[in-house]
Write a new protein. Structure first.
Length: 96
C-alpha cells in the first residue's frame, strides 16, 4: 500500500485553541489525514477500530503514514523523523 506524507502548518485553525503558546496538533486532525490517505489508496473506511497516540505532533513537522494488512483490518502508523506518533487499525472494504 502507498505511503502518504503531510505537514500541519502553524496556521492550521485547530492549533489556535490547542495549547496557545505551545501548539500541539489535535489527534483528530492527524486521523483525518490517515482517512484521506486511505481513501486515496482506494479504501472505503468504515471505522477507526483503534488508535493509540504515543507522542505529540508539533506543527511544521513532516509526517509519513504507512499501511499494512493485519488480521483485523488495515494497520496504520504515523511517523515523524524516527518517532512513532500514532498507530492503529482501520476497518474497510476495497472499492470496486
Amino acid at each position: 500500500m502507498p505511503a502518504c506524507d503531510f505537514i500541519i502548518g502553524k496556521e492550521h485553525p485547530a492549533l489556535a485553541g490547542h495549547f496557545p503558546g505551545n501548539p500541539i496538533v489535535p489527534g483528530v486532525v492527524i486521523l483525518d489525514h490517515v482517512l484521506q490517505c486511505a481513501a486515496e489508496a482506494g479504501l472505503q473506511v468504515h471505522a477507526v477500530a483503534n488508535a493509540k497516540f504515543l507522542s505529540p505532533l508539533q506543527p511544521d513537522n513532516r509526517c509519513s503514514i504507512t499501511f499494512s494488512e493485519s488480521r483485523t483490518g488495515i494497520a496504520f502508523q504515523v511517523v515523524t523523523d524516527d518517532t512513532l506518533l500514532v498507530s492503529g487499525t482501520l476497518q474497510y472494504t476495497q472499492e470496486a
